[in-house]
Design a protein around this ligand. Structure first.
Ligand code: AMP
Ligand code: MN
Ligand code: MN
Ligand code: MN
Length: 284
């Protein structure tokens, strides 16, 4: 399998902060021409057996996936894991620990919103939650749109849910080395998700890539729904400079919110080593 493969190795279901079930995502991916798919719910592998079965049912190849939140240099960074054993105890336990604390954080977020006159946001957000362990900012955003406080989720994040805004609560996630280790010990490959989306200066970005590699990380997302064409080139260059394989994924969450649909992305450049080449024996 070469770079010219319609692989979509990043998306979310109701098991985290997406709005579609794993089965509906598999059907949508297949209809969009996806040949190799991974469901990568945030900090959770609870949808993996369903996703693999759904992929098989529609005749699509599958890699297991997750997207782990880590704190690196005081910033939240996301690490995608691919091709692991979803029942591996180190991974399952590590993810369980990192999910713990989301409810308390959500209550603090609601307290912050109450101070600016938005009452009942915790209960409101809960109405959109598919997995009680995984209440996220996305669920607050959906509630604030549906209740008419904002026009769209982007506006909610801009006004209420990002650093310095009333509903933002800083959170300590797992450490970079932990996330890479859980993925690797479970037989998978760790990938830096959407690297252009972090507020790092170039020195910090270099440190992230260097430490990620030192911990055993092997890949970086180059073509993702949240990168521009210029960023595809920048991170293709960085992948080559750091000897990392390249990944491709839409980061699709919902037909109503995501601007990039499953599988609707440019191919990886031929000069890159695709992550699926390193995971050939893990493809189901
Ligand atoms: P959390 O893990 O609770 O901090 O929520 C993070 C999630 O919020 C991400 O996975 C995205 O789905 C979503 N998100 C983050 N920033 C934005 C934004 N600016 N606009 C829309 N969604 C966002
Ligand atoms: Mn998300
Ligand atoms: Mn992410
Ligand atoms: Mn994501």
């Amino acid at each position: 399998m070469n770079a010219l493969l319609n692989a979509d190795l990043h998306c979310h279901s109701v098991v985290s902060d997406g709005t579609l079930t794993p089965e509906a995502l598999a059907e949508r991916a297949r209809a969009n021409g996806v040949e190799l798919w991974a469901l990568t719910d945030h900090d959770e592998v609870g949808g993996q057996h369903r996703a693999a079965a759904a992929a098989k049912a529609v005749g699509m190849k599958y890699l297991t996936g997750t997207e782990i939140s880590v704190t690196f240099a005081d910033i939240t960074v996301h690490i995608v894991g691919l091709g692991f054993d979803p029942d591996h105890p180190a991974l399952v336990q590590g993810l369980k620990r990192t999910r713990g604390g989301r409810e308390e954080r959500a209550r603090e977020m609601a307290d912050g919103l109450a101070k600016v006159g938005i009452q009942g946001a915790f209960e409101g957000a809960l109405q959109y939650v598919g997995n009680p362990d995984l209440i996220s900012r996305t669920h607050f955003a959906r509630h604030l749109v549906e209740s008419g406080v904002c026009r769209d989720t982007n506006e909610v994040f801009r006004k209420f849910l990002t650093e310095g805004k009333p509903g933002f609560v800083p959170h300590r996630w797992a450490q970079l080395g932990d996330a890479v280790r859980w993925i690797t010990e479970a037989g998978g490959l760790a990938v830096i998700a959407h690297p252009a989306r972090y507020d790092h200066n170039p020195t910090r970005e270099y440190a992230l890539f260097t430490e990620f590699k030192a911990h055993g990380g092997r890949g970086v997302e180059v073509v993702t729904g949240s990168h521009t064409a210029a960023e595809y080139v920048k991170y293709a260059d960085l992948a080559i400079e750091f000897g990392l394989a390249a990944s491709r994924g839409s980061d699709f969450h919902s037909p109503d919110e995501s601007h990039c649909d499953l599988g609707k992305l440019p191919y990886l450049e031929g000069r890159l080593t695709p992550v699926w080449e390193l995971l050939a024996d893990r493809i189901q």
